[in-house]
Design a protein around this ligand. Structure first.
Ligand code: ADP
Ligand code: MG
Length: 285
């Protein structure tokens, strides 16, 4: 049986083959007496160089999808393909950055933290060190190579986590609400820095968030998901938006449109007296 009939159709089309393809992915968790369906027949394609965002309220299966792409969870039906090959287990071609930056072992310096996955994947020590320092420089942390994680701010830990992931040169960088624990100003700065890094380096990323504003700022394409079970509501293009445009009418209109697509109603209006501030529209279940 041809499990992926779309492949044949795709080869005849002028579109490039997607880097990552999710095809009718359904994932269930065993829970007490029965099962919980976390995602239901979710399909999307991520192309090389995309900043693809999964956006939706808590419980819509964003983390589950990311874990499945990471190879930590297997779909119950449907399939996930990276460069046309089915994802069966974790691999260095897909690196995940989580929200919890305490994923950095505290007994290793910043440099050792970035080198660690490289060494674990067979990169020679000298090469690992060169790559670590190169990526720490890219995220503006060259001076902190010998610092320990507990001496760093939340934003700096986030930069180390990003440097550590990119040093592995993955096919796709997977980010699960990476800035959610940061204060608002640091979060904006990290969004800006991520964008600048993407422009400089040109990696592919899949970014999970429940913030409409963050999705518009970070993504070039956004998949809207609704919960219980997690389903696709819509996919929209957002390449025209950035932090610089976040106060604009177009940005506000896009945020409101997303809100309507997710919830079928109007979002709360922007706070009075702050006409330039983007509407702080987070998606709440
Ligand atoms: P999100 O990241 O969008 O908040 P999750 O992927 O974490 O969503 O969860 C999707 C659904 O799956 C939720 O209903 C959640 O309760 C359920 N779920 C997630 N992980 C587990 C698990 N390990 N066991 C049972 N149910 C789970
Ligand atoms: Mg989650």
């Amino acid at each position: 049986m041809n499990v992926f009939p779309f492949q044949a159709a795709l080869s005849a089309s002028p579109l490039p083959a997607p880097l990552l393809r999710a095809h009718d992915v359904s994932i269930d968790y065993a829970s007490g007496a029965g099962t919980v369906r976390a995602t239901h027949e979710v399909s999307f394609d991520v192309y090389e160089g995309d900043r693809f965002v999964l956006l939706g309220p808590s419980g819509c299966g964003k983390s589950t999808l990311l874990k499945a792409i990471g190879g930590f969870v297997q779909p119950n039906s449907g399939g996930l393909l990276l460069r046309g090959r089915r994802i069966l287990k974790p691999g260095p071609d897909r690196i995940v950055v989580f929200q919890e930056f305490d994923q950095l072992p505290p007994w290793k310096t910043v440099r050792q933290n970035v080198m660690f996955p490289l060494l674990a994947n067979g990169v020679k020590r000298k090469e690992a060190e060169t790559r670590a320092l190169h990526w720490l420089d890219k995220v503006g942390l060259a001076r902190f190579a010998d610092a320990y994680p507990h001496t760093l701010s939340g934003g700096m830990k986030a930069r180390v986590a990003i440097a550590r992931a990119l040093a592995m040169q993955p096919d796709i960088l997977l980010m699960d609400e990476p800035f959610a624990a940061l204060d608002a100003l640091t979060r904006r700065r990290m969004q800006e820095e991520l964008q600048a890094l993407w422009e400089e380096v040109g990696f592919t990323m899949l970014f999970v968030t429940h913030s409409i504003e963050e999705a518009l700022v970070v993504g070039n394409r956004i998949l809207l998901l609704s919960p219980h079970p997690g389903r696709v509501r819509a996919e929209i293009n957002s390449h025209q938006f950035s932090l610089a445009s976040s106060g604009s009418e177009d940005f506000q209109a896009a945020a409101q449109r997303i809100h309507r697509l997710l919830f079928g109603d109007e979002p709360p209006s922007a706070p009075a007296g702050l006409p330039q501030a983007p509407a702080a529209v987070a998606v709440h279940a």
